[in-house]
Ligand binder design. Structure first.
Ligand SMILES: C[S@@+](CC[C@H](N)C(=O)[O-])C[C@H]1O[C@@H](n2cnc3c(N)ncnc32)[C@H](O)[C@@H]1O
Length: 223
């Protein structure tokens, strides 16, 4: 695992800096603010608005990282009274020494849930609460084959195209498209030009949405 440094973003929540890439895991304007806006509001809540009969949601995340998106989704699944099966890909899992210092969960029950998400075994589907099961796959996205899984929602949370361009290649976007069910939704914080062109070429119907604080736009797509 490459060396990372914990720092505080503008809303007070932690993020990580990867010095060798000079890249952060979240927006410096607010890690929790960004995740709630992009993935929970524009992703999960939007999907449920479009498909109100959906009571069990299969989510695929690219980049488990700090577990922030996974944990926020587990909290929201309980609030919404739905069941979530969350598959997340990570090539470089963080050490406990790092994730255990992150300040996301405030209440005791939230801290317990955050810990359970992190302590769930890698590479098998683990039920961590009544509403939330997680399969953390320690894999490179290029090795991942979503063969017998299909998803309602993709959280695409790779490092920026300027820092890790291979993650945004047409081949990867097509893999995400194929992994989704019909009418499935894809969300990302990114709105870079080449990505948006490749995203449409992969078959998505794309929408440009207002971005979280510090970002003009973000992208959502539908299969
Ligand atoms: C922006 S961070 C993810 C943030 C995360 N969703 C969170 O809530 O903290 C991007 C993640 O992608 C992971 N990653 C980098 N290259 C990868 C690859 N080839 N396959 C899978 N994951 C990769 C990184 O280790 C990092 O954890």
């Amino acid at each position: 695992m490459p060396k990372v440094e914990i720092f505080e973003t503008r809303d007070g929540s932690h993020s990580l800096l990867l010095p060798e890439m000079n890249e952060t895991y979240h927006s410096t304007h607010g890690a929790v603010t960004e995740s709630l806006y992009v993935f929970i509001d524009k992703g999960l809540k939007h999907l449920l608005k479009e498909q109100p009969a959906l009571k069990e949601v299969n989510i695929l995340e690219v980049g488990f990282g700090t577990g922030l998106n996974a944990w926020l989704t587990a909290v929201e699944a309980a609030n919404l009274g739905i069941k979530v099966n969350f598959v997340t890909l990570e090539k470089f899992p963080l050490e406990k020494e790092i994730w255990s210092q992150l300040n996301y969960a405030q209440s005791e029950s939230d801290q317990k849930l955050f810990k359970s998400v992190h302590e769930a075994k890698w590479n098998s589907m683990e039920k961590v609460s009544q509403n939330f099961s997680i399969q953390k796959l320690e894999t490179d996205i290029f090795e991942f084959k979503p063969e017998d899984m299909s998803f309602d929602l993709v959280y695409f949370d790779a490092f920026a195209p300027s820092k890790q361009p291979e993650m945004w290649q047409p081949e990867v976007l097509e893999k995400m498209y194929n992994a989704l069910k019909k009418s499935g939704v894809f969300v990302t914080y990114c709105a870079q030009g080449q990505f948006k062109r490749d995203f449409k070429s992969a078959g998505f119907v794309a929408e440009e949405l207002e971005g979280p604080p510090g970002k003009k736009e973000m992208t959502r797509g539908k299969k």
